[in-house]
Design a protein around this ligand. Structure first.
Ligand SMILES: NC(=O)c1ccc[n+]([C@@H]2O[C@H](COP(=O)([O-])OP(=O)(O)OC[C@H]3O[C@@H](n4cnc5c(N)ncnc54)[C@H](OP(=O)(O)O)[C@@H]3O)[C@@H](O)[C@H]2O)c1
Length: 311
């Protein structure tokens, strides 16, 4: 009897991978997660058809060859929001070079399909942040790969164990009545992790779409301030949210970026500002529309994700 198809999740130990891997296993796929540290996957090991390929240098070509062998699809989930000082924690390595190595391993190993998770705005011509420029570089490498590829560009993703709802909930709980907020007017269309997983699964299943690169945006275009206010209502942390002027936000990013785990950086500031300047009608396609998915409104599931009911 032939084995079920094998899906390789590069960076599958992260937020998106932890939701996608069980969904794929439940759908009957074999899943192999590539990670630099197997201990990050201990809790996922219970999944019956999950394998791991772990090595501190897993994205070096000599390790990638065996790690992707036999795969039908490589899904690239490797990413980070704040770069470090070491070469291998720079955006250029993590988003650009690692993607290049994965593409080469796919070609050499005859893996036919490549699904890449990029970020909203990475297709725009004016890219003010190093994060977005490195995401655009990764996309260029995929488009030039000759593989059968898809690119999805999610807006900020929220879910039960994310870095977005939970971070602002923590900040709200700790703030003494007033919460200063950088870039409060940045318009974002936050997207539910369940919808992102559904879209990725449909693409892995072979859904036919008219264009291979698509945006994944939630249905509500809310400013950052409106989102934080919504989170505050859910967790009953009614704070006065005070938007910082751009100069103060810039300075905050410039100072905080030197902290070991910065809550906000100059590059974050530049990325958020890019949302404010982006044209309303973006040329890239609406991924959920193409896949027939109705995305979840922002306020629908955040009480469950935050473990609270709205009063
Ligand atoms: N979450 C969002 O709101 C959001 C929004 C738009 C786009 N995206 C993109 O979607 C993808 C998945 O997002 P996510 O939230 O699941 O990401 P994540 O949890 O932050 O990270 C995914 C994985 O990337 C790997 N990684 C991190 N730094 C690395 C490095 N220096 N070298 C090699 N691997 C490294 C880690 O795997 P190991 O430590 O196991 O090796 C990590 O588990 C990323 O490309 C992200 O940029 C996310």
């Amino acid at each position: 009897m032939s084995q079920p198809p094998l899906i390789v999740l590069a960076g599958g130990s992260g937020f998106v991978g932890r939701h996608l891997a069980p969904a794929l296993v439940n759908a009957g796929y074999r899943v192999r997660i590539l990670t630099r540290d197997a201990s990050r996957l201990r809790d996922l090991q219970v999944l019956p058809t999950l394998e791991t390929a772990a090595h501190p240098e897993i994205y070096a070509p000599r390790h990638l060859g065996p790690a992707v062998r036999g795969a039908s699809v490589i899904v690239n989930l490797v990413g980070l929001l704040n770069q470090g000082i070491r070469r291998k924690s720079r955006f250029a390595w993590v988003h650009g070079a690692v993607t290049g190595h994965l593409v080469a391993a796919a070609r050499d190993g005859a893996v036919p399909r490549f699904l890449h998770v990029s970020a909203l705005l990475a297709d725009q011509s004016q890219l003010p942040s190093a994060y977005l420029r490195s995401k655009a570089d990764a996309e260029d490498r995929i488009r030039a790969s000759g593989l059968d590829w898809h690119i999805v560009r999610p807006s900020v993703i929220y879910g039960p164990d994310d870095d977005f709802l939970q971070r602002f909930a923590r900040l709200l709980r700790r703030s003494p009545g007033i919460l200063p907020l950088a870039c409060p007017e940045a318009p974002l269309a936050p997207v539910d992790i369940a919808d992102v997983v559904r879209a990725l699964r449909m693409l892995i299943d072979g859904a036919r779409v008219p264009v291979p690169a698509m945006n994944l945006k939630g249905p509500d275009l809310l400013t950052l301030k409106e989102q934080v206010e919504a989170i505050g209502r859910v967790i009953h942390a009614h704070r006065l949210i005070v938007g910082l002027p751009n100069g103060a936000a810039w300075l905050m990013g410039a100072l905080f970026q030197w902290l070991p785990h910065p809550p906000f950086t100059l590059d974050n500031y530049r990325s958020l500002r890019a949302f404010s300047r982006a044209p309303d009608e973006r040329p890239a396609a609406d991924g959920f529309g193409m896949l027939g998915i109705i995305p979840t409104p922002f306020r629908a599931r955040i009480p469950a994700y935050l473990g609270h009911r709205i009063a």
